[in-house]
Design a protein around this ligand. Structure first.
Ligand code: ZN
Length: 91
């Protein structure tokens, strides 16, 4: 799997400028043990809204209870993350 972001360097404070006109997300990582998968808790930079993302290195990712393969999430999310079509080329 690709090298992961060091979330410890991510801020835990609210309303930190992201340099793009908004606020940085607040990200908390939990490394799973045993049957528990790794998890990211991603909180809004401005309020207490949050989403939970569970993931493993083999098949899938679960975002807010919706489970699908990594390939399927790529198909859905890459066009949103790279609206100019300049993102990585998968499938
Ligand atoms: Zn918010």
């Amino acid at each position: 799997m690709a090298e992961r972001t060091n979330f410890k360097s991510y801020n835990k404070k609210i309303a930190i400028d992201d340099g793009e006109g908004g606020s940085k997300l607040r990200v908390y990582q939990r490394i799973g043990r045993g049957v528990e998968s790794d998890r990211l808790l991603v909180k809004c930079g401005d309020c207490h809204e949050k989403i939970q993302i569970c993931y493993d290195d083999t098949y899938g990712i679960e975002i807010e209870g919706v489970y699908a393969s990594i390939a399927e999430w790529r198909r859905v999310l890459l066009p949103l993350l790279y609206p100019k079509g300049d993102g990585p080329d998968f499938e």
